[in-house]
Design a binder for this molecule. Sequence first.
Ligand SMILES: Cc1ncc(COP(=O)(O)O)c(C=O)c1O
Length: 479
Amino acid sequence: MNMNKGVTRFLLSHAGKNPVSFHMPGHKGSEIYRENGYGDFLDNFVDCDITEIPGADNLYQAEDIIAETMAAYRRLYGVRESYLLINGSSAGLVASILTCVHRGGKLIMARNCHKSIFNGLLMAGAEPVYLHPEMIDDYGISGEISVDSVRTSIAEHPDASAVILPSPNYYGVCSDIKEIASVVHDAGMVLIVDQAHGAHLHFFGSCLGEPSKAADDLGADIVIQSTHKTLASFTQSAIVNLCTDRVDKYLFEDKLQLIESTSPSYLLMASLDINADLLDRQGERLIREWEENLKWFYEEAPVQVEGLRVMSHPMLDHTKINLDMSAYGIDGLELEELLNEKAIFPELVTGNIVMCMTGIGNKRCDYERLLEALKEIAAEHGLCEVADGVPLAAPEATQTVTMKRLQQTAIPTAKESVPMEEAAGRVCAASIIPYPPGIPIICPGEIIDQEVLDYCADLRARGEKVMGIDDKGRVLVGR
Ligand SMILES: Cc1ncc(COP(=O)(O)O)c(C=O)c1O
């Protein structure tokens, strides 16, 4: 191919490195498609990119082939309704908010929600009431949303109509959805769970016979899941499940078609179809293999790499492997760089934590390569002095800054652009969002805080992407 610049060149060059993917998407490449009998779809990929010709059904009035895929998901998850999403979980989250919260109404939401939820809030013209997640101080990352915080918010805002929170969050920490659902329903509200990172959870429960961490199984009303993140469908495909009759399905369908593309990709829908078929036919085997590989890694890694911390937590979805090599004087960004040099690509870095996101397509050899790489890095750097197994470098309290409770005021309508250095004390007019994880650090209507600005400046200096701060270092504030 004679393309020497642009997206295609990058993708082909990356694919040529024999990379190990511990990032999204969950299929991890073509192998899982070819090995399980879907190679002809890949071979005819471009020819399958069609539109609504006769026989191809219609995503927004599904009666035939698309309805079959929807029915497959309904059966797989054991829910009332399943919808295919071709604009990611983002679309399902926005549609859920537009369905459940009226203009001027209140939405009780986790402060560490994804950007799309803040977008939905703005589109709905609704007011946020924030739930602040607990901190996992030992690792410097955000943890679960406590049942008590939901109870308190509901008592203070009985006029809210819905509660929304991520479970699992980006690091894999789940919340007690069963208890939260009971509190939310007692108050006559709807519980929406952003399970973008947990499309696999239901299958870990059903295939391994373990208590389920999936919100679909624990009483949530609407559950949105990015099958592309951990299962086998393509990036940007996802599903949303309506699990109870508390939500008007016709209103929900109307909101979905309002915000999704009117040219839904048949390639994305086919990948959702294949993902459902794969789970149906091979799900149990694949989930068992996934679990065995994880078990192997969690057992071997701390033994073979002295001082390596592999996060464990009672509420953790262990398919997210959070690694900390600060005992070697290596922080998260350095560890990511060292892994990248060995063609291993993790998903996320925060402070000392590097999160490796496993998926249904990862093979034992991927976990072996990760462990080998960690051993080599450990040997090259050497352990710093460790007292009682506690790493010398304490986790940077990055999340303490990101979870700071900022003073809130009305969302400004008139805006102006000012240099970051002059922004402290002004009202934020456009979200400031470090990527990843795509969780706003300052939201519209909040008073911009110097400590948070300093943190953003530090991220930018380290070459990380911070949306909402332009290339000249300016931010939008209320005028
Ligand atoms: C917690 C969380 N929710 C929702 C989303 C949006 O999912 P999607 O990329 O499928 O639109 C993301 C994306 O990374 C996320 O991290």
